[in-house]
Ligand binder design. Structure first.
Ligand code: TYD
Ligand code: MG
Length: 458
């Protein structure tokens, strides 16, 4: 009998190694490696890498020409939320597997329950709950006034039982909430360990592919925002989506991280209300809930999210620091970027904040990952430092380079149109984004250096 092959897998990041070692070579965590069986006579493991050739010697796989592959043009299933469908690239593709990640309390279960109750009216759907009891789910569905007559509910964490029920009921949509609690009796590794999660997910995705079922897996994320453990899942699923939002904000954003059937940079925006998740169809208007009185330190930027512009308000607070090492705190921005921009402000704008604490925030719990907010952030800092507000109908965008130049950003024209649509009167933009034709109601001030932008605000 051949000796069973084993590997050592990191429980944190999922990297694997042929030998045990104290520290993971990938993520440098200590004591996180555990042994898993890859292949061998006694193994029933369905691990992604257990396709050891030895057991299949003699058989050949069928080969066909690419053009001969039959393309099944199955219609996508609509989730009932336009914002969700957009992130998916136009709805759920039959046979695909989707991973929805997010912090506990982000609203994953709520969003999926709402989606499934509606989908179940048209096609058979099963919601597998491993974390909440059926009573809790039923209570929530009733409170939200969802149609409950069609959805099948299963409180189960054993993957074999889930698959057996799915075989019997033949659902078109199968939700497993969450993949972290699913385990299998036939696997030797501990429940909740990376190899269990990976093997169970592999069995479920294989089932989805074979039967054309839409599989939706819920996954938790760790503190640093990466999917806990199931980083290893990302290669086997078709679509990975993150539901994000601050605890103290009711807004939630749905962002694609990987999508085999659509673009990944789409953003869906929801609000968590007392009637469950509601989609926000005109996000700019919400993030811009501006009062009459404008405080110093706020600016409005037009960011580009996926295929549409979004107006968001940026706030900065600059205050005398009592610390030897002044603080640079950001919410919704990258902190290093703020530090870099402050250095550019000093060097090329002649404005010194070395002895000041600087706090920067994006209103509404949105995360801005685009460099187009650079200039707006710096103008907010200067506005707070000088205690002088910018007029409330000004909008700013542009990337700030290390030599103090203002660089153009993509889709300038659409950003300006969005600002004009929301009643903004003046836009400070990179010279490269200055429109060829004038936009009615909007005065455009093109700038090519940071100093010009600062002059425009004087
Ligand atoms: P939940 O969907 O259970 O989050 P997850 O599955 O991502 O852990 O959402 C729980 C949070 O949402 C909880 O903090 C309460 C809040 N919530 C509302 O505000 N309104 C509602 O209608 C519901 C159902 C939940
Ligand atoms: Mg949940």
């Amino acid at each position: 009998m051949a000796k069973a092959k084993t590997a050592f897998v990191c429980n944190d990041c999922g990297a694997d190694f042929p030998k045990w070692q104290g520290q993971c070579g990938e993520c440098h965590a200590w004591n996180t490696l555990s042994e898993i069986r890859l292949s061998g006579p006694a193994s029933k493991s369905a691990s992604g890498r257990s396709n050891g050739r030895s057991g299949y010697a003699g058989t050949t796989a069928s080969v066909q020409r690419l053009e001969d592959v039959a393309i099944l043009d199955l219609p996508r299933l609509c989730s009932g939320f336009d914002e969700f469908d957009r992130v998916l690239g136009g709805g759920f593709v039959p046979g695909s597997s989707i991973l929805i990640g997010g912090h506990p309390g982000a609203g994953k279960s709520t969003l999926l329950l709402q989606t499934l109750c509606r989908l179940a009216a048209q096609q058979p759907a099963i919601y597998v709950t491993g974390e909440e009891s059926p009573e809790q789910i039923a209570l929530r569905a009733n409170r939200l006034g969802l149609p409950t007559d069609q959805l099948q509910l299963m409180a189960e964490t054993d993957v074999d039982a889930i698959l057996a029920s799915a075989e019997a009921l033949k659902p078109q949509v199968l939700v497993v909430d969450s993949i972290q609690v699913v385990h299998s009796e036939t696997l030797t590794s501990a429940p909740g360990s990376v190899s269990q999660v990976r093997d169970c997910a592999a069995q479920l995705t294989r089932y989805a592919k074979q039967t054309g079922t839409v599989l939706i897996l819920v996954g938790h994320v760790t503190k640093d925002g990466s999917l806990a453990g199931p980083k290893v899942l990302e290669h086997m699923i078709d679509c990975s989506i993150l539901l994000e939002g601050d605890h103290d904000s009711r807004f939630r954003t749905l962002r694609g991280q990987k999508n085999r059937f659509g673009a990944v940079n789409e953003l869906g925006i929801f609000a968590m209300t007392d009637a469950g998740m509601r989609e926000v169809t005109n996000p700019s208007a919400i993030f811009l809930d501006r009062s009459e009185h404008i405080a110093p330190g706020t600016t409005v930027v037009v960011v580009w999210e996926g295929t549409r512009p979004l107006l968001v308000e940026i706030q900065a607070l600059v205050d005398d620091s009592s610390l030897g090492n002044p603080r640079r705190v950001t919410v919704g921005f990258e902190q290093n970027r703020l530090a870099m921009l402050l250095a550019v402000l000093h060097r090329h704008g002649g404005i010194q904040v070395g002895d000041q604490d600087v706090f920067a925030n994006v209103v509404g719990g949105v995360r801005v990952m685009e460099t187009s907010a650079d200039l707006a952030l710096l103008l907010a800092v200067v506005s707070s430092l000088r205690n002088r507000p910018l007029p409330r109908d000004w909008v700013v965008f542009g990337e700030v380079g290390l030599s103090g130049e203002i660089r153009p950003v993509a889709s300038g024209q659409e950003r300006l149109s969005e600002a004009a649509k929301h009643g903004f009167k003046l836009a400070i933009v990179p010279k490269g984004n200055a429109p060829k034709k004038s936009i009615s109601g909007l005065k455009v001030v093109p700038v090519s250096r940071l100093s010009e932008a600062l002059e425009a605000c004087d």
